[in-house]
Structures are given as C-alpha cells and as structure tokens.
Design a binder for this molecule. Structure first.
Ligand code: FPP
Length: 256
C-alpha cells in the first residue's frame, strides 16, 4: 500500500464550506481511543460508564470524519491484549459492542458509511459475529466513509498472518519469491485495499502505538491529544486535522 494521496472530495453542490480545512485534509484518519477508564475514575463512576461515554465519542468522531470529508476512518476499539482485562470488563465492552451494533448500524448505513472489521472477530460471541457480518453486508455498497473497526486486533499478529499467507502462496507456486515486494506483501494484510493512514490520533496523553497498524503507520503523522476519549468531539477532531495540515510530509525525501 502506498500513502494515501486522495484529496478531499468536493461536496455534492456549492463551494467548500469556509471553516473546513483546505484540500490537504487526510484521506485516512486512524484513532487510538484511550482514556475511558480515567474519565470514569475522575467522576467516581464505574469503568463501564467511561466506555459508554466512549461509545458516544465514537458517534461524534464518525460524524466529524464525514463532515470533514475524510474518506477512511479506522477506530481501535478492542485490542488483542484487551482480552486480558478482568472478565467483568471484557463482558462490559463486548456488551457495549453488541448494543452499538444493534442500535447504530441502520444509521450508519443511511449515512453512507461502509463498515469493515479487522482483527479477530471470530473470538467474539456468535451473535456479535453475526451482527458484524450483517453490518458489513448491509453497508457494502456505501462509499461516503469507509469505517474500519479494529476488534481483537494486534498488528504483530496481522503481520505474522500476512507473512504466513505470503509464504504459503510461494510454496503453492502462486507467487514467485522475487515478486514479493512491499505492495504485494501489503495485499496479504487485513487492511488490503485501504490506503495507509495519513494521520493517527491517540487521546488521553499516552504516546505510543500499542500494536496498532504497525506496518501501515510507516509514514503516518502522529497527533497526541490530552483529551480523554469520552470527551473527544468535533473540536478535537478539527484540531488534529489542523495540526496535520501544518506538518510537512516528505516520505523520507528532501523538502520540496
Ligand atoms: C481505552 O480506554 C478504550 C478501550 C479499551 C475500548 C474502546 C471502547 C470504546 C470507545 C467504547 C465502545 C466502542 C464501540 C465501537 C462501541 P481505557 O479503558 O484503556 O482507559 P484508561 O486507559 O483510562 O483505563
């Protein structure tokens, strides 16, 4: 995969709205949603309240992405490592996901959102797997926003699976070893067909990638926000985009 070069499309009619960032808006924004627990703790609430409020922030971030003409949005909703949390919290998170799918998919479909999942959806309860597959089918024809939700996702796992698949293709005589270059390898990743993220946002002040899109992040701009995820809103999305547009992206080349 190459870094995204797609420009923000013009709205259906009329000139672009003046307060939106210029045409250099990122095609693909990925978000590490962090800080639900701290948000709840600061309020003396159970962690579930933080995750619930985080669900609202998911809605706001999707609306903001659409509004800013971002074509691809990837949300890190549940890492492969999150299974190690206490069983009660895992149950809360999966319950929230179940609720979100049931209550939100029709809206997303109507908004022109196409939903895809990366990670290990097969590790979730059968009814959640069914809902996810149904949501992917229902929204398959949409093109306004390509929304990817990372569920039980880990980048090292993803890269390992891609290496295995590439090796299997070589062993089966379907791929010549000398033809295995970066674009071909990327075609074995779960994100095949999606441009690399231009901008990765992490909330809550933490500054690390936490096993998220490690291959795809090679040239992404990283923006760390001090806001806790449940407080994340339109203004934070706009601030991250504004910071992105100020950065000079050189992809390793010289300026200009
Ligand atoms: C990080 O906060 C967030 C998560 C582990 C899960 C993200 C989940 C949501 C935003 C809610 C629901 C999502 C969907 C798609 C319905 P944390 O618990 O690690 O916070 P902490 O670091 O402050 O403890």
């Amino acid at each position: 995969m190459q870094p995204a070069t797609e420009q923000r499309p013009l709205p259906a009619s009329g000139p672009p709205e003046p307060e939106l960032p210029p045409r250099t808006a990122p095609a693909h924004v990925a978000i590490i949603m962090d800080g639900n627990g701290r948000w709840a703790k600061a309020r003396g609430l159970p962690r579930l309240a933080g995750h619930r409020a985080g669900g609202e922030a998911v809605r706001r971030s999707i609306a903001a992405a659409i509004r800013h003409g971002v074509r691809f949005l990837t949300l890190y909703a549940f890492s492969a490592e999150n299974w190690a949390r206490p069983a009660s919290e895992v149950l809360d998170l999966t319950g929230l996901l179940r609720h979100y799918l049931k209550s939100e998919i029709a809206n997303l479909a109507e908004e022109g959102v196409r939903l895809s999942v990366i990670g290990e959806p097969g590790r979730f309860a059968p009814d959640i797997q069914t809902e996810l597959a149904a949501a992917e089918r229902l929204t398959a024809g949409n093109e306004r926003l390509f929304l990817t939700i990372a569920l039980s996702y880990g980048a090292r796992n993803e890269i390992l699976a891609a290496a295995r698949a590439a090796a299997a293709a070589v062993l089966a005589g379907k791929l010549r070893l000398e033809d295995l270059d970066e674009p071909r390898f990327a075609s074995f990743l779960a994100t095949a067909g999606t441009p690399d993220p231009d901008l990765i946002i992490r909330t809550s002040g933490e500054r690390r990638l936490s096993n998220f899109l490690l291959w795809q992040a090679a040239y992404a701009e990283l923006v760390y926000l001090d806001v806790l995820w449940p407080d994340f809103g339109e203004a934070d999305f706009a601030a991250a985009l504004a910071e992105y547009t100020q950065r000079e992206r050189r992809f390793g080349a010289r300026p200009g």
